[in-house]
Design a protein around this ligand. Structure first.
Ligand SMILES: O=C(O)CCC(=O)C(=O)O
Ligand SMILES: [Fe+2]
Length: 195
């Protein structure tokens, strides 16, 4: 591995520790018996990928998205956003909100896999990136996924009479397969597992 490869390897390892700490805190918050509930769900062969995105200057931002609306199919995405230019927005109650830039901070986006496992208590937000007429923009996203050969479903501890399972069990690999089509068609893949 070259220098960039080493740096990326170190970076994803460190981000991995952040995401495990965060997922343990989330399991605690949900009062699950096991704080490692989410962490253990990754399985023996979890998938991690890194997406480095470059958004060039765009003369007509009203016509072109940097990245169109979507949800991440991850457990969580750890995002290093450009601290010189905004553009990331999240959809809440039908309104697009700018995600503020906080320098030297990692942004964590909850992904679909956490929404499913938490039976909808944690939501995977719809988000998008706008283009900018003056400044180019960079981001580095580290995506953490459960082992594609495993299945995910709502935690039994978060399913009861008052709150039945909101999502059906799905093999991660199958979820990925649907995810690409959904993205190109502008649909949300999580809707395909909603009960
Ligand atoms: O570039 C960004 O800030 C967000 C990227 C993103 O949403 C993604 O890669 O899934
Ligand atoms: Fe995303």
């Amino acid at each position: 591995m070259g220098t960039t490869g080493n740096a990326l390897h170190e970076y994803t390892k460190k981000c991995g520790e952040v995401k495990d700490d965060l997922l343990r805190a989330m399991a605690k918050l949900l009062e699950l018996d096991d704080d490692d509930y989410f962490v253990e769900h990754f399985g023996d062969k979890p998938l991690t990928d890194v997406r480095c995105s470059y958004y060039p200057v765009c003369p007509r931002p009203e016509l072109v998205f940097g990245l169109k609306p979507h949800c991440d199919a991850t457990v969580v995405t750890v995002l290093l956003v450009d601290d010189r230019v905004g553009g990331l927005q999240v959809l809440k109650d039908g309104v697009w909100w700018d995600v503020p830039i906080v320098p030297h901070t990692l942004l964590v986006i909850i992904g679909d896999q956490t929404e499913i496992m938490s039976n909808g208590i944690f939501k995977s937000p719809v988000h998008r990136v706008l283009t900018n007429t003056k400044k180019e923009r960079l981001s580095v996203a580290v995506d953490y996924y459960v082992d594609p050969e495993r299945e995910i479903e709502p935690s039994a501890q978060l399913v009861n009479e008052k709150r039945p399972a909101l999502y059906s069990k799905v093999k991660v690999k199958d979820y990925f397969a649907r995810s690409y089509n959904a993205f190109t068609e502008g649909k949300m893949v999580i809707d395909t597992v909603k009960i």
